[in-house]
Ligand binder design. Structure first.
Ligand SMILES: [Zn+2]
Length: 509
C-alpha cells in the first residue's frame, strides 16, 4: 500500500459520502498503528529522512523509534529537559496519512467503516451510503498533554451525566450522555503525555485500563471505549525510574524506553542552535562568526560538565538557542546605536546575553553560594579560552602582551562605530596579522576585524596574559600581587599564632 494514498491526485475530489468513499481508492480502514507502520515502511523503502529537522539522533534515538513503530508499540522517551523530546513526538505525525476520512460531525472522528459511537452507528443505520464524510489533516491528529498532579479522569477520559446514565441502565447508552475528555478526542490520533510520572496513580490506572481493555470506570459506571490511539510519553529518567512513580501495569504496557541525549559533538550542537535560533531577521543578513557560534555552544557543553550545575535537571539546548538570539540582538542594538547597516556579533555580546543563560541553569549548593552571575561569567570565560586555544593555540601573542606591558590601554566602548574602534585596535603592534588565524585580512570589514580582535584580547585575558575590566578596558595583567598577599597573610597568621602560644605558654608556667 503506497504511502500518501489519501493524497488526492491533481483534479481529483475526495469522496464526500460513505457511498463514494466505499467505491474509491480511499476506502481503507486500518488502525493508526498499522497506518504508521505501513507509512514508515514506505519511507524506509524510499530512503526518505524519517524525522526531518531532528539533528544528532540518527544513530541512537531514531533507530529505536523506528523499531518501536514497526513493532506497533507505545513508547516513552526518557531524557533531561531540552533534548527535543516533544519535538520528536510531534514529528511522528509525518508517519500519518495526508487525509483521514471520518464521519462528519463526530466528536471522536469515527472510522466511517467501523463507527464506535452510538450517534454514528445510528447515523449509518439510518442514512447508509448518504452519510457525509469529512477529512482530518495529519497535523490535526496530534494531541499533547503536560501531566500535572491535578489532571483528573474527567479531563483525560471524560465525564458522564449520572442521571442520564442511570436511565440508560446497564445497556450504557451512556455514550450518548458522555462528555469526552482529551483521550477519546484523540481517537485515531497520536496522544502524547509529557512528564508522565506527574500523573496521579489513579489516572495512570485509568489510562492503563483504556490501553489494555478498552474500558474504564467513570463515577462508578463502566464505560466501554475501544479507542484507536497511538500513545507516546516523555519523562525525566530519574522521575520515571523512581520507585512508585509509575504504576507497574502501565509500565508493562509501554513497549520501549528510549533514552534521548544532548548533542554529542560541538558541531551537532551548533547545527541545532543554528536551526532553532531566530537568526534571519528582516532584510539584513546577519553574519555570525564561527568562533562566536562555537563559544555559545561551548557554554552549554561546559555547563553540562560543571559540578556547580545540577546534573539531574540538565542544561537544555534552549540555553545556547536563547543565548544566540540575545547575542544577535545585542549586536543589532549596537549597530542601531552607531547607525551601522550590518550587525556583527562579538564576544561582548555573549556577556550581554547573560540573562539568557542564568535562568536556564539550576545550580548546586556551591554554585548558589558563588552566585549565578559569577558561575555564568566563569562559564563564558572558560568557553572563550577553549575556543581561543583552538584558533590561537599555536599563535605567539608575546608582542601583543608587550604592547600592553609597556602601558598600552584599549577600551572597547560599544558606542564606538566599528571603523573608529578598528583604528584604535590596529595601533596594537602585531595584532592585525594575528587575525590570520581567524581567516581575517586587513581589507575585511572593520566590524569583522573588531570582533576578531576582541576575541583575541578576550582569549588572552582568559589566560591571564591581559586584564579586562567590567567596562571592557584591556590592560597589562595585574602583577601577581595576590600570591604575595596570601604569602604575607600566612606569615602574619603564623606570627600571630606563635605569639599567642608564647603568651599562653607564659601564663600557664
Ligand atoms: Zn461517532
Amino acid at each position: 500500500m503506497p504511502a500518501g494514498h489519501t493524497l488526492p491526485k491533481p483534479g481529483e475530489q475526495l469522496p464526500q459520502t460513505l457511498g463514494e468513499l466505499r467505491s474509491s481508492r480511499f476506502a481503507i480502514s486500518r488502525s493508526i498503528k498499522d497506518e504508521m507502520r505501513e507509512n514508515l515502511i514506505a519511507r524506509l523503502q524510499r530512503g526518505d529522512c524519517i524525522f526531518p529537522g531532528i539533528v544528532g539522533y540518527d544513530d541512537t534515538v531514531v533507530p529505536q523509534i523506528v523499531n518501536a513503530v514497526l513493532s506497533k508499540q507505545n513508547f516513552i522517551l526518557l531524557g533531561l529537559r531540552g533534548q527535543a523530546k516533544s519535538r520528536i513526538l510531534r514529528a511522528l505525525t509525518a508517519l500519518l496519512d495526508e487525509n483521514l476520512p471520518y464521519i462528519a460531525g463526530c466528536e471522536i472522528r469515527d472510522d466511517p467503516f467501523r463507527p464506535l459511537c452510538r450517534r454514528c452507528r445510528n447515523l449509518v443505520e439510518e442514512r447508509g451510503d448518504a452519510v457525509t464524510i469529512a477529512y482530518l489533516a495529519r497535523e490535526g491528529r496530534y494531541v499533547e498533554k503536560l501531566a500535572t498532579p491535578d489532571v483528573t479522569v474527567a479531563d483525560l477520559i471524560g465525564d458522564i451525566d449520572p442521571i442520564k446514565a442511570a436511565r440508560g441502565g446497564e445497556n450504557l447508552a451512556s455514550e450518548l450522555t458522555m462528555h469526552y475528555g482529551l483521550l477519546p478526542r484523540a481517537n485515531r490520533s497520536i496522544f502524547a503525555i509529557n512528564e508522565l510520572p506527574d500523573l496521579a496513580g489513579k489516572i495512570q490506572v485509568a489510562l492503563f485500563n483504556i490501553m489494555q481493555e478498552g474500558d474504564v470506570q467513570i463515577k462508578g459506571y463502566p464505560v466501554r471505549l475501544e479507542l484507536d490511539v497511538a500513545m507516546v510519553f516523555s519523562a525525566n529518567p530519574e522521575d520515571y525510574t523512581a520507585r512508585g512513580k509509575i504504576v507497574t501495569p502501565l509500565k508493562d504496557r509501554i513497549g520501549s524506553e528510549i533514552r534521548t541525549h544532548y548533542p554529542e559533538t560541538l558541531e551537532e550542537g551548533i547545527a541545532i542552535t543554528a536551526q532553532e535560533a531566530w537568526e534571519k531577521r528582516g532584510a539584513a543578513q546577519i553574519e555570525i562568526p564561527a568562533y562566536v557560534r562555537e563559544i555559545v555552544e561551548q557554554i552549554a557543553f561546559s555547563a553540562r560538565q560543571d559540578k556547580k550545575v545540577d546534573k539531574r535537571s540538565g542544561v537544555s539546548q534552549r540555553l545556547p538557542i536563547s543565548t544566540m538570539e540575545l547575542v544577535i540582538s545585542n549586536a543589532e542594538r549596537r549597530a542601531l546605536l552607531n547607525g551601522e547597516a550590518a550587525p556583527m556579533p562579538r564576544i561582548s555580546d555573549i556577556y550581554a546575553a547573560m540573562p539568557g543563560i542564568t535562568g536556564k541553569l539550576e545550580l548546586e549548593y556551591e554554585g548558589e553560594m558563588r552566585g549565578a552571575d559569577t558561575v555564568v561569567k566563569d562559564l563564558i570565560a572558560t568557553a572563550v579560552r577553549m575556543t581561543f586555544d583552538r584558533y590561537f593555540g599555536e599563535v605567539d601573542t608575546a608582542q601583543i602582551a608587550l604592547w600592553f606591558n609597556v602601558g598600552g590601554i584599549i577600551k572597547l566602548d560599544e558606542r564606538l562605530p566599528a571603523p573608529a574602534a578598528w583604528a584604535e585596535l590596529s595601533t596594537i603592534q602585531g595584532l592585525a596579522e594575528k587575525l590570520d588565524a581567524l581567516g581575517l585580512k586587513a581589507s575585511d570589514a572593520p566590524a569583522a576585524l573588531v570582533a576578531g580582535a576582541e576575541f583575541l584580547l578576550e582569549g588572552m585575558a582568559a589566560h591571564r596574559k591581559l586584564s579586562r575590566s567590567e567596562e571592557r578596558g584591556f590592560t597589562a595583567p595585574e602583577k601577581p600581587a595576590r600570591k604575595q598577599e596570601t604569602h604575607s597573610l600566612e606569615i602574619e597568621y603564623e606570627d600571630w599564632e606563635r605569639s599567642r602560644r608564647t603568651r599562653r605558654g607564659g601564663g600557664y608556667n
